[in-house]
Design a protein around this ligand. Structure first.
Ligand SMILES: Nc1ncnc2c1ncn2[C@@H]1O[C@H](COP(=O)(O)OP(=O)(O)OP(=O)(O)O)[C@@H](O)[C@H]1O
Ligand SMILES: [Mg+2]
Length: 254
């Protein structure tokens, strides 16, 4: 794998007296699927929220494409192509699958209503392009046959895929996913990771928190194991499963 797309350096975050993230440094290589695992409360989501600019770190820096993003607001991080699939507002269940995709795209272009009227022709062309792109993504996610159905009709797994699709309309370079396989059956969970892999092969990079460790180990190139706010172990999946520290972190004694 090539150079680091995301670099996290010495990040610390306290909540009152609690050290939620305690000096974390890590890299996400361009073109990789990088995994972040660890027991409940080990600081994984807090670390993600710092990357997105939702929380400010007490100490440390985050670099994306060699640019410091530590002081950026969430929408500025998003605009640079670093996107969290589950940060957008929840799905609109009464709207169609396609409309959910289009709203995700529009919501972030910053168009004003007046602008849309003034530039009607251009606006219509943009809408057509957007709809084409949305349909193309839905096809890749195998949701195209449901494009005109209300999102409420989707299964749990399909809803996750739609959320990922909504993140993809912004054409990100790095997607951070916090538990994409949570709450759905293991077979569907694996299918979601297979879809993620097809997008990775098209050039995207992924940084994924997942409690379904067995699925993540199958797809990730590099795994970080977090425990009590620190990185306890890192390595290739095959190294992680042979590392006693990994089992200690999860099950106490080795
Ligand atoms: N906004 C907050 N205010 C106070 N404490 C918080 C806040 N967010 C998280 N914490 C605490 O920080 C610690 C780390 O939480 P975090 O959500 O990052 O863990 P996690 O690794 O994502 O856990 P899980 O696997 O259960 O999602 C926990 O002890 C949590 O209770
Ligand atoms: Mg979490």
């Amino acid at each position: 794998m090539e150079e680091a797309l995301l670099r996290i350096r010495e990040i610390r975050k306290n909540f009152g007296g609690l050290r939620a993230v305690d000096g974390v440094s890590l890299d996400v290589a361009a073109g990789s699927t990088t995994g972040l695992v660890g027991p409940n409360g080990s600081g994984k989501t807090t670390l993600f929220n710092i990357v997105f600019g939702i929380h400010k770190a007490d100490k440390g820096s985050v670099y994306f494409n060699d640019e410091s993003i530590s002081h950026l607001a969430p929408h500025e991080v998003y605009a640079r192509g670093l996107v969290n699939a589950f940060q957008l507002p929840r799905l609109f269940y009464r709207l169609t699958v396609l409309d959910n995709m289009l709203l995700a795209a529009r919501g972030h272009k910053g168009d004003s209503f007046v602008n849309s009227l003034a530039l009607r022709q251009e606006w219509q062309e943009q809408e057509m392009k957007l709809a084409d792109k949305a349909m193309e993504l839905l096809e890749l996610l195998e949701l195209d046959h449901l494009s005109l159905h209300p999102a409420a009709e989707l299964s749990g797994g399909q809803r996750k895929l739609l959320e990922i699709g909504r993140a993809l309309v912004s054409e990100p370079t790095l997607l951070l996913l916090d538990e994409p396989a949570a709450g759905i059956n293991p077979n569907l969970g694996r299918r979601i990771f297979e879809k993620i892999e097809t997008f990775r092969q098209k050039g995207l990079s992924f940084f994924i928190i997942e409690h379904r460790v067995e699925i993540l180990l199958e797809f990730a190139h590099w795994i970080y194991v977090m425990d009590k706010g620190k990185i306890a172990v890192e390595g290739k999946p095959e190294e992680i499963v042979n590392n006693p520290t990994f089992y200690q972190v999860y099950f106490g004694e080795a």
